[in-house]
Design a protein around this ligand. Sequence first.
Ligand code: AMP
Ligand code: ZN
Length: 458
Amino acid sequence: MKIQLTNTLTRRKEPFEPTDPKRVTMYVCGPTVYNVAHIGNARPPVVFDVLFRLLRHVYGESAVIYARNYTDIDDKIINASIERGVPIDEITRGVERIFDEDMGALNVMTPTLRPRATENVGGMVAVIEKLIAKGAAYAVPSGVYFSVAADEDYGKLSGRSQDELKAGARVEGEDDKRHPSDFALWKAAKPGEPSWEASFGAGRPGWHIECSAMIEDQLGSPIDIHGGGIDLIFPHHENEIAQSESAHGHALARVWMHNGFLTMDATKMSKSLGNIITPRELLEQGWQGETLRWALLSAHYKAPLDWSEELMKQAQASLDRLYGALLRLKDVTAAEAEAPVAIVDAIADDLNTPAAIAELSALATAANIAKKPAEMAKAKGELLAAAKLFGILQSDPEHWFRAAFGEQAAEIDRLVAERVAARAAKNYAESDRLRDELAARGVEVMDGASGSTWRRKG
Ligand code: AMP
Ligand code: ZN
């Protein structure tokens, strides 16, 4: 099995070889938990969930260690706490819970480790001490800064030169740093803000050092894969590399992967622009979690993806087709099956999810035309195994179609039962009338050997 991944560091698609196939390590920058995540924020967790599933499939379920953090201390969180008059913990724990629920609805598997920044400050202080001792960082009254000039290959991930970086703007309150592109490792304590004691003065960690330290403490470097959205390449990941490599003398991560933006009307979805829609709102509108997941995976992860109602409708129609195939085979016991090679190969080819979607569609076709019992059992087994790798078809098919109709489902059940009774009584006029009434409600009835089932009309 050959996995190929595009490495932002080398700007090439490369064969992936973990350092230790018995312990494959991946870290993805998680949410800053001050505000409910929007559907764009869900793209990295969903994309890297597909990679997590692939790695588990290839190296074994217990061989992959995937960490995704919660950034639960940050300027934005402190500001939100002050503005809303709510304690920081209440905000961060509440947003974390909603994030976890939303990810659950999108069938995102729980990562192996979910470290919180505030519970790993000791490790951050240790890295900063090391950097000061090596002359790569310096303490001034406003905090501790990383000295970019002391790091020869600074800029290698983003491809920015030191000259370009000189143009970097100053951040208010950092006037005592020595160089405009130096960045804060530690922000000196301010009244009313949370702070931790440290040999270089009380304060709180900067965002970049949080990830560097959590990677070191939770996984140990170098890790195999580090991921996040494309906006994190600079400065966040560039700075993670600078800190960790200067402190430890070896690479932080071997492969760096970045997903493209989710846009709306071609503009990046972002909290600061206000053009956001959250998974929660979409679920409340009646869209199903798997539909959102499918829509997020319908484009290659590196490409931009424009979010629209049309995109969700297409995703829903594709999933309906797969669930329709399962509904047809509902009385067939699935054969034990591995995910077919074609879908594994598609995902292993730099997470080519559009190609994987085409394979899933082909499996649904096979399931729809299978006639012999053994063929039907095999088709169902393969479809389910492929779906597990992709993270879909986790609902019972009848439940899938019922859920889409909400409170109307019971009424539809009643009409379907009446129609079955009309047919049994050979009252075909009534049975046809009921079929038309159901059709008018967007329902298609499927008559089978063991009774009648229904689905949303395609
Ligand atoms: P944030 O909470 O803004 O730090 O973002 C959390 C994650 O979501 C990061 O990996 C970002 O790169 C990613 N992200 C934010 N906005 C988008 C977007 N519009 N499309 C895709 N990824 C995004
Ligand atoms: Zn990070």
